[in-house]
Write a protein that binds this ligand. Sequence first.
Ligand SMILES: [Zn+2]
Length: 456
Amino acid sequence: MVVNQKLEAALEALKGDMLETLGRWIQVPSVRSDPAENAPFGVEVRRALDTAMADIARLGMNPRDVDGYCCDAEIGQGEETIAVLAHLDVVPEGDGWHDAPYGATIRDGRMIGRGTADDKGPAVAALFAMKALVDAGVPLGKRVRLILGCDEESGMEDLTYYEEKIGLPACGFSPDANFPMINTEKGITAMTLTASVQDERLISIQSGTRSNVVPGLAVAVVKGDIREQAAEAYECDNESCEIETSLEDGNTIIRITGIPAHGSMPDKGVNAAKHLLAVLYRLGIGGDSIAALYETTGTENDGRGLGIAGADEISGKLTLNLGLLSVTAGQLSVTYDCRYPVMYNGETVRRLVAACLGERGFVMEPGRDSKPHHVPESSALVTKMMNVYNEIMGTEARPYAIGGGTYARHLKEGVAFGMIFPGEQELEHQADESIDIENFYKAARIYAYSIAALCE
Ligand SMILES: [Zn+2]
């Protein structure tokens, strides 16, 4: 990487504008809501899109409104196009903030606000990297297309629409995750199985909100007074988890709290549903369907009890999250979120699970399988961008694999690239989301040189 003095000067000159622009973007609470005219994801998301397009135009680029689903803008010339995918929508602010969630407060070298890290900060960094390349007159032998989506957090309808209406470039990156780079995303399949419960004592179970979250709460209602036995059967060495029991109308309510976590990293949480299964199993409640679940998935998160455990060198281990569990009117339903390695086949995973639990009376429902995504480390895309990153950071970092799905999997050859640096706190989707302002500028510099390298 050759340091380009004009580019350095352009990046430096844009810093104030970058920060001011991000502040205005943060002040729009662009959480998805009911659709309105020309606003498929609600008026606030529309306002974020209008704000972004006005800034893109102000910076001398030509924004295109893709019916409120996305906007895009291009620089450079040539046959090929490099895509840069980021998004303008945010998840709801939630509770526990020490500052106004949409205040864009600046303190101690950080900007605080929902969307600073995910994903308005990275979007602004990428936009100003492009602006700096134009200002510095860096020759670009390819076109660079910034695409800003409006529905990344709620279902990715934005890029599906864009893909159908306009078409996505084959190659590019998404600044919507971590540095150094994510070049591998495991396959994702959600598996729902049902069975009948042959034990009238078990009246109901309720646990989980979404299959891709480790349940933090599990509640069961069991006939009779088994408060003492249930408390005795409960075993958990994590002190912030607990069991509570109470008696209502002659039934015992068992309430177990765990620790929620993202379903792609089940080991980071404590699964309340699994602890409930263990209690019921030890007391012999729930018949063979509860026993089958406990014996196959009650303890491990790697699918070994279902015969699907495994790993490959590129992606690491398979993970299995028991995300949803319910029993009502004698019907049990369980949903697993499985993240499987690149070398695996999702259909085989599903077939093995259906067969294993099928022997114990379970039936699997049809479900979605999102194929694994992988861009080889030897590809031009990965090597060029990693070279820039490593030279700027003075590291010898290599790309890595995750279990989650990013925007990058929409591109045939796409990687996730920043902008959370290694060792930085991961605050996306949490209270007090914020970014380090110097790292924000650094990310813009990495993006600028990376784009220049890709367009040589
Ligand atoms: Zn995001």
